[in-house]
Design a binder for this molecule. Structure first.
Ligand code: SAM
Ligand code: SF4
Length: 446
């Protein structure tokens, strides 16, 4: 990286923090807000399954320990919310089920996916799982329902698996390889999720992870840079230590080079064949509706946040009330920036199409930003399209990482362990959010 690129990286990082600070001006809602469809828009449906058998130290996703009764009750509420969304007139062409561990109760998930396929014009469904739920017999039950399944492996290195407490829960590297090889070919797309840049991870350990993943030959391999937020950094340090040297840029170059012969779906997902189905639904769909506890919806420039607490969530839904408890509004420029980032992350933006969809003039609206990115050699323009360069690919990975880490600010505020302190909501937020200096949110009761 040259001096200008280094500067561009730091500047973009600061700009992203500022945008998050401005954008995450979260307002609490006394009453959930109605979600209204616009018939000219295409939406994606996101459903959250917040259960895991065990928790991993690096993970900040919204989840509870799995209990069968609790999960069954939750799935019933989820299906109720889905029916209510249908009654409001929404339709979806694709669905992303995230977690947690979405396959944790197969029977309930099947009922839920079948309902979605019956109610909406859904053509593709993506789900996430841990390695304990990928037995061929169980996966076969999802034939015709799940089109893409991503399985969290994180690393094939036994030392790392032990450190992140996954060795005892999900098995050794050898066991995982065996399990994955049997799971392949049952559903159309199987993706292996890896994480890179663990503190003290060596170049050899990274290369070995990549070689093993490639040898298994799943249709997709996703390599996330380790994301550390204020929610997880202490646990990460306890489990893995603190990095003396940050290898993120160097390791990312190794990964890009290693997957030269693969199709890039986006900055961190590589496929044997080009596919629109990958981990980043925010890139393929500007607007999405989230159902389930802790799910986010992005509709008409507003981020709506569903109740995190399972009881609150189920009570809202069963009383036929909207399940969202807070929202954040974004101005037009913030929306254009957000859509620009999530699209350029896949490597290319068709300017005309982008302008039509967002009713904007990208080159005018983001004039300064695009000039800076071109000057730093992060993007270039050709035949009406913007493309990311090799440096741009890394820059946008860093910004996406920043964006997801920023989402943890919202999670920090609404998590049960914070809320259950039996204090006034606002006080809790001020207390919890203020120490997170990186992006102070402002809270207002509506
Ligand atoms: C929501 S998790 C669900 C996966 C599944 N429950 C499992 O553990 O195998 C989806 C993926 O996000 C990635 N992930 C979670 N926390 C991360 C972090 N802090 N940094 C980078 N990637 C992370 C992991 O690769 C994980 O497999
Ligand atoms: S990585 Fe997967 S299993 Fe681990 S806590 Fe996160 S969602 Fe649960």
């Amino acid at each position: 990286m040259n001096f200008i690129q280094n500067l561009a990286l730091k500047y973009s990082h600061i700009m992203m923090q500022q945008s998050l600070r401005k954008g995450f001006n979260v307002k609490l809602l006394k009453q959930g807000q109605e979600k209204i469809p616009n018939s000219s828009k295409e939406y994606m449906l996101y459903a959250h399954i917040p259960f895991c058998h065990t928790f991993c130290p690096y993970c900040s996703f919204h989840k509870y320990y799995y209990k069968e009764d609790l999960a069954k009750y939750y799935f019933q509420s989820l299906r109720e919310e889905i029916k209510q969304i249908k009654d409001k007139g929404f339709d979806f062409t694709s669905m992303y089920v995230g977690g947690g561990t979405t396959l944790i109760n197969e029977e309930e998930l099947i009922k839920t996916l079948e309902l979605c396929k019956k109610l909406f014009n859904i053509k593709e469904i993506s789900c996430e799982s841990d390695p304990n739920h990928i037995d061929p017999k169980k996966l076969s039950m999802f034939k015709g329902l799940i089109d893409r399944l991503s399985c969290g492996v994180q690393s094939f290195d036994n030392r790392i698996l032990k450190k992140v407490a996954r060795y005892d829960k999900f098995g050794s590297s050898e066991f995982l390889q065996e399990k994955i090889s049997k799971a392949l070919g049952i559903l159309p797309i199987f993706s292996i999720d890896l994480i890179f840049n663990f503190p003290s991870q060596s170049k050899e350990q990274l290369l070995s992870d990549l070689i093993i993943a490639k040898k298994l030959a799943p249709q997709q391999i996703t390599t996330y840079p380790l994301m550390k937020s204020n929610l997880t950094k202490e646990n990460i340090a306890k489990a893995l230590g603190v990095s003396i040297k940050d290898n993120e840029f160097e390791f990312y170059q190794i990964i890009r080079d290693f997957f030269k012969d693969y199709q890039c779906n986006n900055g961190w997902s590589f496929s044997l064949e080009k596919t629109k189905l990958n981990d980043e639904y925010v890139g393929s769909h500007h607007e999405y509706l989230g159902v389930g506890s802790g799910a986010f919806s992005f509709l008409d420039g507003e981020l709506l946040i569903n109740a995190f607490n399972l009881n609150d969530y189920s009570n809202f839904v069963r009383q036929k009330q909207n399940a969202n408890i807070a929202k954040a509004n974004f101005n037009k420029k913030e929306i254009i920036k957000y859509c620009f980032l999530t699209e350029i992350f896949s490597g290319k933006i068709e300017i005309k199409k982008f302008n039509q969809t967002l009713e904007c003039d990208l080159k005018k609206d983001l004039y300064i930003e695009l000039l800076g990115l071109k000057f730093a050699n992060a993007i270039y323009e050709k035949d009406g399209c913007l493309y990311s360069t090799s440096f741009g690919q890394y820059l946008f990975v860093v910004l996406m990482k920043d964006f997801y880490t920023g989402m943890d600010l919202v999670r920090a505020v609404f998590r049960d362990d914070v809320r259950l302190k039996n204090k006034d909501y606002i006080d809790i937020m001020k207390e919890k959010v203020n120490p997170l200096n990186s992006a102070n949110m402002e809270f207002k009761a509506d």
